[in-house]
Design a protein around this ligand. Structure first.
Ligand SMILES: *[C@@H]1O[C@H](CO)[C@@H](O)[C@H](O)[C@H]1NC(C)=O
Ligand SMILES: *[C@@H]1O[C@H](CO)[C@@H](O)[C@H](O)[C@H]1NC(C)=O
Ligand SMILES: *[C@@H]1O[C@H](CO)[C@@H](O)[C@H](O)[C@H]1NC(C)=O
Ligand SMILES: *[C@@H]1O[C@H](CO)[C@@H](O)[C@H](O)[C@H]1NC(C)=O
Length: 331
């Protein structure tokens, strides 16, 4: 569980290869938290920075290499990117507002190399993938817990307002820079991650935390339809991680899972009482676990999620799928 609020990752693909223009989109830009990190945290200084740069992270990655992905293998950014484009990702990990400014610099560099017209064309066709918010929910809940109370409705409302205003500012600014296709993964039922369940004597989900996430997701949907109405040529798809995960929890076996409440890699009750590190307990059939560590989904969960968002059942994306978004022609 990370302590950063709005820490963001940008994986930018700055060059276009004309020979590969038949691809659906020329580039995928990823803005997200640890669930989409492909190794950026490794470059941050400080001993408190969470890093997935040691075993057993990456145990199912080619060469069993810990890459910084908070997964046993690939994560959702890899799978969505792979579904749309074979892209490479590289970048930093910084707050959203700064991230947008850095993206602006990346854009300026691109403009100096290939000119504004070409960059405009590239960005309008590119896929901007977002996945943030979980850490904000955790941080908010922790702050309340410290005070031995639950948030008042007014406090929850103010919390949503601040998150939505940040999200809105980021999307509006990226739109101003030429971004037109936004794929947004909403916040899942974060009250059901093993590290939260373990503090419930029954091992059940924290209902309040799930409600907090659901309320945010509703506000996010309202934000996006409002922005799309106001910003000509903007297209978006919201991936309903919340619904997909709830359905998975209601019948894990139907999705091929044997375990939906514990960390594959960890220690103690629900695998959530100790870190995933060398010497930790490690499940044998990792594809049968929803969770890799006490917070992050397994490679298999990421794969099934990406598949559902890309061209799965219509109920998991709104108003269009990631695939439709990728092929959307901005006017
Ligand atoms: C982006 O950079 C340009 C100058 O290259 C500047 O005019 C503009 O205000 C910047 N926008 C943001 C959101 O930082
Ligand atoms: C919350 O409760 C714990 C024990 O129940 C107590 O030690 C702590 O001081 C309380 N914190 C506040 C802010 O009231
Ligand atoms: C983002 O939220 C913080 C509060 O958490 C606020 O101080 C800041 O002004 C917001 N930024 C934007 C761009 O909305
Ligand atoms: C703990 O889990 C049970 C279900 O097993 C649930 O009814 C209860 O609300 C949970 N506790 C909290 C604080 O959410």
């Amino acid at each position: 569980m990370h302590t950063y609020i709005w820490h963001m990752v940008l994986g930018a693909v700055a060059g276009v290869e004309p020979s590969k223009i038949i691809r659906q989109v020329p580039a995928v830009y990823v803005f997200g938290d640890s669930t989409l990190d492909v190794g950026n945290n490794n470059y941050l200084p400080g001993k408190d920075v969470p890093k997935a740069n040691k075993p057993y992270y990456g145990i199912d990655f080619p060469g069993s290499k810990p890459t910084g992905r908070f997964s046993n293998g690939y994560n959702a950014a890899d799978f969505v990117g792979a579904g749309i484009l074979d892209s490479t990702n590289a970048g930093g990990n910084i707050p959203l507002s700064k991230q947008v400014i850095y993206f602006n610099s990346t854009k300026a560099e691109m403009v100096s190399k290939v000119g504004p017209g070409r960059v405009r064309e590239l960005l309008a066709k590119s896929f901007f993938l977002f996945g943030v918010g979980s850490n904000d929910m955790f941080a908010f809940a922790r702050a309340q817990q410290k005070q031995n109370r639950s948030a008042t409705p007014a406090e929850v409302k103010a919390f949503y307002t601040s998150l939505i205003s940040n999200y809105s500012a980021a999307i509006t600014e990226l739109y101003g820079m030429g971004a037109r296709k936004m794929g947004i993964i909403n916040v899942g039922p974060v009250g059901c991650v093993p590290s939260v369940r373990v503090s419930n004597a029954t091992g059940g989900c924290n209902v309040g935390l799930n409600q907090l996430a659901a309320g945010f997701d509703a506000a996010l949907a309202t934000l996006m339809s409002g922005l799309a109405a106001r910003l000509p040529g903007l297209a978006y798809s919201i991936a309903d991680s919340f619904a997909l995960t709830q359905i998975t929890f209601s019948n894990p076996a139907a999705a091929g899972y044997a375990n939906a409440d514990s960390a594959c890699c960890g220690a103690g009750r629900l695998g959530a009482e100790g870190a995933c590190q060398r010497g930790a307990s490690l499940c044998v059939d990792r594809d049968r676990f929803v969770f890799w560590d006490s917070v992050h989904p397994s490679q298999q969960s990421n794969k099934l999620g990406a598949k559902a968002y890309f061209d799965g059942p219509a109920q998991f994306t709104s108003p269009i799928s990631f695939k439709q978004l990728a092929s959307y022609k901005s006017s």
